[in-house]
Design a protein around this ligand. Structure first.
Ligand code: N01
Length: 542
């Protein structure tokens, strides 16, 4: 048998594992497969590694998790040698880290770049996945791992006339690699989620005029970003093992943990002092889970809502503008709290205007700009920070067919169904990393990704040891897990945020199913570990 299908140009050769995506998940999966002695390759649509951090390169982008916590933990020497320069790392530094990892483990030789997977079909008779990608054609493998990311497909923007716009149109998730010059330009930004909150202050610095079109305001906390000192680094390295342990057993994969059972265990003054301490240090996640009942009890949550609203009023000079920026009837934490650098202060600038497009809707995009109900705004550049088709978008963008040719799009027509967010009934030998039904987007993604990759690698090793060639999520176990995911969510405030992308509500026509598992990454990890320890009950082997 030819050992290298790429070198020979032979596409019928059989790989052990084919991995789709060369972000954090795909790179680590490849590394683990090699350790198991498996022949694995990665197909990646981009010309380089990094996943979301490759495509999203808008100015102002930085991670909302602290750098030493947002990195791989699987290799002590890797985590000790890489020196992060800032508390919250910027996109260029994160991308440099991704490239460092790719070089350090010599990953590129098994990654085929500019190969966007369009289709994947399971051949029952051979127990093989046949995968088709742009530029390279077909690849075949025994196992298929979807490392396609939870926020990798930009949402199609449903505003009429977008194609008519005659100026420069940019989506933040497809930002040009050359710098975009806003100097002297009339710029519009649609969208005020985590992305909008980061890009708006930077554009405002050079644009002649910036118009922000806001439909739903976000809660945001100032990052208090700063360069890291040698002392910071030494302190982190000294307790790195403890930090990693806390992350893995925590609620959201960070050091944040509740200080009390209920927000009402503290009196008003003590609670305000606590919120001040978190807000004053850029600890958005700690604020979000400050109390055990924060995401369960409406009244507890209201204390944080009122606190953050008061902070917006302090930071924005014009009370009418502040009022537009304060979320109404929106819980704190049922959407990830944003981390900003000068976001609210941007609205104190003379060259920035805020349009509330709920009261004054966007009628359409024209050749010259944006037509609101109240009149037309001329623009040279329009930036869309309108979000993603989250969690299912990347999977359903491909034509994935399982046993008997069944399509994933059909199976998920009423919403995603998956066992542990890792495997799908009817799609044998296919694994998803951070899929719907796992904590994924409701966590520090690095912690979730490493746990999933390690679980999949252990499962592949188990199959090798036991001579199994086929694994499939059992239907009953899958349905029980789906039920459990929604039962856990229904006991919280999450599903009551009816417009959230966690529920698929941002994409017209997408089924409204609450997708992440919100019992906590520690609880979830324990569950998955026990499944493995018990010989994978709920999974069927052949
Ligand atoms: O996307 P979003 P995002 N007309 O969906 C608005 C991660 N992330 O890219 O809510 C007008 O949150 C939409 O309004 P509405 C992080 O997990 C992390 O900002 O649909 N407005 C909303 O305001 C985050 O949660 C980092 O009413 C329209 C905005 O666009 C996730 O990515 C940085 C509209 C979209 O907000 C997604 O964040 C960036 C329309 N037709 C992202 N359509 C960090 O690590 C949409 N909107 C810091």
């Amino acid at each position: 048998m030819n050992r290298d299908p790429l070198a020979s140009g032979v596409t019928t050769d059989l790989l052990d594992v084919l991995i789709v995506g060369a972000g954090w998940s795909g790179m680590y999966m490849l590394h683990r497969c090699r350790e198991l002695g498996l022949r694995a390759r990665v197909l990646e649509a981009a010309p380089s590694v990094g996943g979301a951090w490759y495509w999203n390169r808008y100015p102002g982008l930085r991670c909302d998790v602290e750098s030493y916590e947002y990195s791989y933990s699987f290799d002590q020497s890797l985590q000790r040698e890489w020196v992060w320069s800032e508390r919250f790392p910027s996109q260029p530094e994160i991308l440099a880290y991704a490239n460092h990892v790719a070089d350090r483990y010599d990953l590129r030789r098994d990654i085929e770049f500019e190969a966007r997977v369009n289709a994947a079909c399971f051949r029952d008779d051979e127990c093989v996945w046949e995968v088709t990608a742009s530029r390279i054609g077909t690849r075949r493998a025994r196992f298929l791992v979807m490392a396609t990311g939870a926020l990798s497909i930009p949402k199609k923007t449903d505003i009429p006339g977008l194609d008519d716009f005659g100026g420069t149109l940019i989506h933040t998730a497809d930002w040009p690699s050359e710098p975009v010059d806003f100097t002297g330009k009339r710029v519009g930004v649609i969208g005020t989620g985590s992305t909008g909150v980061q890009v708006i202050p930077v554009i405002a610095e050079t644009a002649r005029q910036l118009h922000v079109f806001q439909r739903t305001p976000s809660y945001s906390v100032p990052a208090h970003n700063r360069p890291l000192t040698e002392e910071d680094r030494t302190r982190t390295l000294e307790r790195y093992d403890e930090i990693r342990h806390i992350q893995r057993t925590s609620a959201i994969g960070t050091l944040a943990k509740p200080v009390a059972k209920s927000a009402f265990d503290l009196d008003d003054a003590a609670r305000r002092e606590l919120y001040d301490a978190k807000y004053g240090k850029g600890l958005a996640f700690e604020l979000m889970v400050a109390f055990e009942d924060m995401l369960i009890n409406e009244e507890a949550n209201r204390t944080a809502q009122e606190y953050l609203a008061s902070r917006i009023r302090e930071r924005v000079k014009d009370p009418a503008v502040a009022d537009i920026l304060i979320p109404k009837e929106q819980f704190v934490g049922t959407r990830r709290i944003c981390l900003d650098t000068g976001y609210y202060e941007t609205y104190n600038r003379d060259n920035v205007t805020l349009k509330d497009v709920v009261r004054d809707p966007i009628r359409r995009i024209t050749r010259e700009g944006v037509e609101l109900a109240s009149g037309h705004i001329d623009l040279d550049t329009l930036v869309l920070a309108t979000g993603f088709d989250a969690m299912t978008g990347a999977l359903l963008a491909m034509d994935i067919r399982g046993t008997g040719g069944v399509r994933l799009r059909e199976r998920w027509s009423q919403g995603p169904r998956s066992l542990l967010g890792l495997a799908i009934h009817g799609f044998p030998n296919l694994f998803t990393i951070t899929g719907p039904g796992s904590p994924a987007v409701f966590s520090n993604m690095f912690v979730s990704i490493e746990q999933h990759v390690e679980w999949i690698a252990d499962c592949l090793a188990f199959m090798q040891q036991h001579g199994h060639s086929r694994i499939e999520a059992g239907e009953a176990a899958q349905e029980a897990w789906v039920g459990h995911v929604s039962e856990v969510a229904n006991a919280t405030l999450f599903p009551r945020d009816k417009h959230s992308w966690y529920l698929g509500a941002n994409v017209p026509g997408k089924p409204r199913v609450f997708m992440p598992y919100v019992a906590g990454v520690g609880v979830y990890r324990e569950y998955c570990t026990n499944v493995a320890k018990q010989g994978y009950p709920g999974f069927e082997f052949a």
